[in-house]
Design a protein around this ligand. Structure first.
Ligand code: PLP
Length: 388
């Protein structure tokens, strides 16, 4: 039979994370540190605001760009948090999560064959959405020895005449790595000199431990050259509401809105109402959740190191990314055997790029008792498989 789907799709492998979830769903008694989402329910006052709007029959489309009230609230939030001025009418777009924002940003700026530089390992959607836009992802290796930071010199070395943008996301999924403002400034310097746009995925920007949140667009001269993507999924435990935003200069937001208005029309109305409430009064709960993630982070990092799986200190997001090299197994072997033998689900580092080999991603957005039991099971597993 004639092939009915586009060849473009063949360049993108199925998500290595999905494969694992399918396996897990067929098993009982699994402790999952696989899914990258908060285990908390959305704070009740946020849910209640959305319920109230439904009771009032507020179930229509909103404007393509998102409710003006939300864009105004967002503009005020970006001003008070980062001292950045974004015009709610022309420089902000409400999207269905950062996922849609990422897809729109890439499609708005990439012509076929354009290259986009990104770190390896990185969030699975980064290379995929560039390939879907007929662009070329250029993955720059990052290493545990360097705390998985992206060196500006390596970014510069990867630039060719076809390079259009740099795509970064710090704090990072899957490593939990952060880039301090001084390091981001080095990337900004490269972008400025080489006239490249920067797509900065800041979905985890509030989830940082022992440091202040970072913001790429705050760097001198970068606001107009940055597409900032932000969201509500992680910090406010709102993954299912599907709300995110893009902040960029007018010309870019207009291009992204053009795609969005045909492909999505608008982000979910109920989610937009919830996002307004989150911005107005969600901060205390977000802080409480972050404190709890921090407690779990310390327990998991210590537990992994104690069992002989070297784990660098993640300073953001809610992932630990230990090395499993001491077991002599590959990432895939480790994750599959751990699931089969001890019913603990972690994601092989290779799901996030070649440089993820030798590591697994453990999401600690799960209860402390789950983390403690998972660590017991993992220690037993590592002991059993210790070479020699
Ligand atoms: N960016 C990163 C780095 C992520 O880890 C995720 C989800 O795991 C997303 C974006 C998607 O976020 P959203 O729920 O806003 O679509």
């Amino acid at each position: 039979m004639k092939k009915c789907t586009t060849r473009r799709l063949d360049k993108v492998p199925p998500s290595g994370i999905r494969k694992f979830f399918d396996l897990i769903s067929s098993m009982e008694g699994v402790i999952s540190m696989g899914v990258g989402e908060p285990d908390f329910a959305t704070p009740w006052h946020i849910t209640e605001a959305a319920i109230h709007s439904l009771e009032q029959g507020f179930t229509m489309y909103t404007s393509n760009a998102g409710m003006l009230e939300l864009r105004q609230e967002l503009s005020a939030y970006l001003k008070r948090t980062y001292d950045l001025d974004y015009d709610p009418d022309t420089e902000l777009l409400i999207t269905s999560g950062v996922s849609e924002g990422l897809d729109l940003a890439v499609r708005a700026i990439i012509d076929p064959g354009n290259e986009v530089i990104m770190p390896d390992p990185a969030y699975v959607a980064y290379p995929a959405c560039v390939l879907f836009a007929d662009g070329v992802p250029v993955q720059v290796p990052t290493y545990c020895e360097n705390d998985f930071r992206l060196p500006a010199s390596d970014v510069e070395a990867a630039i060719t005449p076809k390079t259009k943008a740099i795509l970064i996301g710090y704090p990072a999924n899957p490593t939990g790595a952060v880039m301090e403002m001084e390091r981001l400034a080095e990337i900004a310097d490269v972008a400025r000199r080489r006239k490249l746009l920067v797509i900065s995925d800041e979905i985890y920007n509030l989830l940082v431990y022992d440091m202040e949140p970072t913001c790429f667009a705050c760097l001198p001269g970068m606001k107009d050259h940055t597409i900032m993507l932000g969201g509500f999924s992680k910090a406010y435990a709102m993954t299912g509401w599907r709300i995110g935003y893009a902040a960029a200069r007018h010309e870019i937001i207009a291009a992204m809105t053009k795609i969005h208005q045909y492909a999505a029309l608008c982000a979910p109305t109920m989610g937009q109402i919830a996002a307004i409430e989150a911005l107005r009064s969600g901060e205390p709960e977000a802080k409480r959740m972050i404190e709890e993630y921090d407690r779990r982070r310390r327990v998991i990092v210590k537990g992994l190191n104690d069992m002989g799986l070297d784990c660098f200190e993640p300073r953001g997001a809610f992932y630990a990314f230990p090395s499993i090299r001491s077991t002599g197994m590959s990432s895939e072997e480790f994750a599959e055997s751990l699931l089969m033998e001890e019913k603990v689900a972690v994601v092989p580092g290779t799901a996030f790029g070649k440089c993820g080999e030798g590591h697994v991603r453990c999401c600690y957005a799960t209860s402390m008792s789950n983390i403690e039991e998972a660590l017991n099971r993992m220690a037993r597993f590592v002991h059993k498989h210790r070479p020699g």
